[in-house]
Design a protein around this ligand. Sequence first.
Ligand code: GRF
Length: 208
Amino acid sequence: MLELGVLVSGSGTNLQAVLDAIANRQLDARVRLVISNKAGAPALERARRAGVSTLVLSHRDFATREAYDDELVEALTSARVGLVLLAGFMRMLTPVFLRAFPARIVNIHPSLLPAFPGLRAQAQALAHGVKLSGCTVHFVDDGVDTGPIITQRAVPVLDDDSVESLTARILEQEHLALVEALGWLAAGRVELVAATAESRGRARLRAG
Ligand code: GRF
């Protein structure tokens, strides 16, 4: 069973998708702790409703990013978290955090990476005029949205899309992609392939 720690900053619809999949027994996992860097994040209420422990750690209370990450690591390890999920967590993590959970941090991003990493990915896609966008579930490494890709889902970008309409279309797919990827991780089906001279490190799905 996956022992999840989920880091959030906002509305928490991805967290909700995970909580629902667990409640429906579609996903063999348990959310041990939800941490938000924002006190008012609606994601916290979603966690509480599901009976999951929550913690607010504001980055403003820490002198450095490393000190903040130390505290995150401490909270997650005390809660016996095995896999960390970044579900709309709007903070960059330092090597302090990455070293504590090697190949055990997963992020969901609202574009088809490597296109449009970073903030406001949906607005970037619209500004570029792409005809397809989507979402990516990937392992986190020390770059911005650069780690090994576990799965992706595509959606059309329509001529009359706004940031809001594209965001909503992508978000629906995020929920599906995330639950599917976590299911593969729970089943031990995601394998990391080391980088070679020709290719970067990547993730591969073993037959189930
Ligand atoms: C999602 O679009 C996710 O891809 C991005 O932040 C957003 C979080 O949405 N990293 P929610 O809080 O899960 O509703």
